[in-house]
Design a protein around this ligand. Structure first.
Ligand code: IMP
Length: 185
């Protein structure tokens, strides 16, 4: 059960608010430089990437727009089922646009691989990926992450948009959830 004090359910803070904000600003500066003279279309993967996209977008100095896509991944559990389907498609066309997919975390790579295939057939001018976190140990499908915040170990993390059963997204840092919360301890 989720505690009334969310911080109590966190075993360890993996990335502090300051570390995240500093890295997001660096990514924003790099992306702005790489896309100078172009217009960028950010595609946020709901719901986990909302916080990251909001901060990243504010750190961009180039003209940009955003859209969102929702894909089913883990349902209510902490393990990937491998079953991926669209829950909410994009509102706008990506044809001829420079697309940057914004993900919270790349784990097995199944979600990102699915989204990349979906977008590529819609003829964008270019497609790149920006992910806040990477858990390379769990990869099933190889995917290229052009802009990465942090590589993390194979632990289930929450906060800064990442959830466990829709909770903990509002924590300003990224922390490891106590295993007893999800029955893993
Ligand atoms: P993938 O398809 O296995 O790469 O999973 C990607 C999605 O799984 C992410 O967008 C997250 O929503 C979710 N996910 C993977 N690892 C974690 C985690 O440690 N905490 C919370 N959500 C996670």
């Amino acid at each position: 059960m989720v505690s009334t004090d969310l911080h109590r359910d966190i075993e360890a803070v993996l990335l502090t608010e300051e570390q995240i904000q500093r890295r997001v600003a660096e990514l924003g500066a790099q992306i702005s430089k790489d896309y100078e003279g172009k217009e960028l279309h950010l595609i946020g993967v709901l719901r986990g990437a909302v916080m990251f996209l909001a901060d990243l977008m504010r750190s961009l100095t180039i003209p940009c727009s955003c859209d969102f896509i929702a894909i089913s991944s883990y349902g209510m559990d902490t393990k990937s089922t491998g079953v991926v389907r669209i829950l909410k498609d994009l509102d706008d066309s990506v044809q001829g646009r420079h697309v940057l997919i914004v993900e919270d975390i790349v784990d097995t790579g199944l979600t990102l691989n699915y989204i990349l295939n979906l977008i590529r057939v819609r003829n964008p001018a270019s497609v790149r990926v920006c992910a806040l976190l990477d858990k390379p140990e769990r990869r099933i499908v190889p995917v290229t992450i052009h802009y990465l915040g942090f590589t993390i170990p194979n632990q289930f993390v929450v906060g800064y948009g990442l959830d466990y059963r829709q909770q903990y997204r509002n924590l300003p840092y990224i922390g490891v959830l106590r295993p007893e919360i999800y029955g893993g301890g």
